[in-house]
Design a protein around this ligand. Structure first.
Ligand SMILES: [Zn+2]
Length: 102
């Protein structure tokens, strides 16, 4: 144990979900309800891990430009995102959460 250096107490800001270090989700059609919603809701750890994984993939893949449009969630991005072992559960949880919070 102890292999997780970043838990929920570390805050999502540590991986750039909020603030000046997180330009990606604000400039693209974000699918993750990031920010205060995750902070105050009882969110399973795998959901945080999934969000973190998602953000790390942004750092890895960067933004593709197609003409004047940005594509952060490319098909390659999505494919790799689904490799997260609890992707389905995390995605389902986030879908429910965003449906509940609008
Ligand atoms: Zn994203």
């Amino acid at each position: 144990m102890g292999s997780r250096s970043v838990g929920r107490n570390a805050g999502l800001g540590a991986v750039g979900l909020r603030g000046p270090g997180a330009p990606l989700e604000s400039t693209t059609s974000a699918t993750l309800p990031v920010g205060s919603t995750l902070d105050r809701t009882d969110v399973p750890e795998y959901v945080f891990d999934h969000v973190m994984h998602h953000e790390l993939l942004h750092k890895k893949h960067g933004i593709q430009w197609r003409g004047r449009r940005q594509h952060a969630h490319t098909s390659a991005f999505r494919e790799e995102e689904r490799r997260f072992e609890q992707y389905e559960e995390a995605a389902a949880f986030l879908n429910k959460l965003s449906a509940a919070t609008g």
